[in-house]
Write a protein that binds this ligand. Structure first.
Ligand SMILES: Nc1nc2c(c(=O)[nH]1)N[C@H]1C(S)=C(S)[C@@H](COP(=O)(O)O)O[C@H]1N2
Ligand SMILES: [Mo]
Length: 382
């Protein structure tokens, strides 16, 4: 059996009982020559996005996704885009470790490496930008756990902080201070199997806006965990409270907490179970509804589509999908009647967790973690 087939089999297993397309090899997001876009009534007809620009956020046009491995991958950089000369590049391991370590890019590349497919979205992604803060890629890097084990975390070590080379000035309690972008993980989360210190994306060195030369990849987490331009990993015995852990990327939700109704603030971490329709196309008389699902890596049971007040109908999941990749899906819509329709998708995981309509989710303040169902309005021409 070829490696490709073996991988495919594993993916099939990983995806559980979900309907998988028979058309293996045909990219789910590819469009045929005579396939045309159907109009979304909730999206300006001339909706367009500017290209990647150094230092700024880049939203993708999800209607134009063409590949399983994103050709156009979103970009978020809160402190602009630092220039990290590779000759001077060093990754330092510091703090509560038995052996502080330092790696050049060549030293990292000389270590055993692994490839992993992972997709992620910004914790601030949502319907406002038609889910355009998203991407999926194949990453290559070195196991974070291996590197931490080489350094040896001391018993007192509780928290692993990842610092980027990019800096900005923050006003904190009336004082202007220079801060580096940083995020942290508990030791337990950091030691999980699949976390990589990555230097390649889709077979190429990272692009400058995706963190060249080195970034983190924490599969299953929102994008904010994937610190770019990574220069330092620090082990400490207290929680890290920087802006992007403690103040920003913090969700405020009304929740039942052990029988008490409370407003809870949580740092954006693992991705919630989510799917979204991003495109409808027409070929001859068949309409095709396409979208993607993302989650924390829990196997998916099904992705379903509902048209108007009809029943939920199972969509096909791309056989290329794997545990941490996005899961592209299709639904073939036969006999669509001319006129306006509302279409929506939902994803269910093997634990029976279901993506709920926005109204049924706990009340949430701010736009972080928008993972409710995302209904779209389409116009079917006669
Ligand atoms: N050093 C650094 N890393 C960072 C950021 C940043 O501003 N600086 N932004 C984070 C956020 S909020 C997101 S959503 C992802 C985006 O990764 P991408 O630009 O490669 O898509 O990077 C994360 N890593
Ligand atoms: Mo983000």
């Amino acid at each position: 059996m070829s490696i490709e087939n073996k991988e495919r089999r594993q993916v099939l297993k990983g995806l559980g009982a979900g309907l998988l397309a028979a058309t293996a090899g045909v990219p789910f997001f590819a469009m045929a020559q005579n396939e045309t876009l159907v109009r979304f009534l909730d999206m300006p007809e001339d909706y367009d996005v500017p290209p990647v620009e150094p230092g700024s956020t880049h939203i993708i046009n999800t209607r134009e996704i063409t590949n399983f491995y994103s050709r156009d991958f979103y970009v978020v950089q809160h402190y602009g885009q630092p220039d990290v000369p590779v000759e001077q590049y060093k990754l330092e391991l510091t703090g509560l470790v038995n052996r502080p370590l330092s790696f050049t890019l060549d030293e990292l590349k000389a270590m055993p490496s692994r490839e992993i497919d992972a997709g992620f979205e910004c914790g601030g992604n949502g319907g406002r930008m038609f889910q355009g803060l998203v991407g999926n890629a194949r990453w290559r890097g070195v196991s974070l756990r291996e590197v931490l084990n080489q350094a040896g975390i001391q018993d007192l070590g509780r928290e692993i902080v990842f610092f980027g080379a990019d800096q900005g000035t923050e006003e904190i309690r009336g004082r202007q201070v220079e801060q580096s972008f940083a995020r942290s993980l508990s030791v337990e989360d950091a030691m999980s199997d699949d976390n990589l210190i990555v230097y390649e994306m889709n077979g190429m060195p990272l692009e400058p806006h995706h963190g060249y030369p080195v970034r983190m990849l924490i599969p299953g987490f929102y994008g904010v965990a994937n610190v770019k331009w990574l220069t330092q990993i620090h082990v400490q015995d207290t929680r890290y409270m920087g802006r992007f852990m403690g103040r920003d990327y913090v969700t405020l939700k009304h929740e039942n907490v052990g029988g008490e109704d409370r407003w809870m603030e949580t740092s954006v971490a693992r991705m919630n179970l989510k799917s979204a329709i991003v495109r409808v196309t027409r070929r001859n008389n068949i309409h095709r509804i396409s979208g993607f699902a993302l989650n924390d890596g829990t196997p998916i049971r099904s992705i379903e589509v509902k048209i108007d007040d009809g029943p939920w109908m199972e969509a096909m999941i791309d056989p290329q999908a794997s545990q941490y990749s996005w899961k592209p899906f299709h639904y073939e819509w036969r006999n669509a009647s001319p006129g306006e329709h509302t279409i929506v998708s939902r994803v269910t995981d093997i634990n029976g967790r279901v993506q709920l309509p926005q109204e049924q989710l706990p009340e949430r303040v701010s736009y972080w973690e928008e993972f409710g169902q995302f209904p779209r309005r389409v116009l079917i021409e006669g």
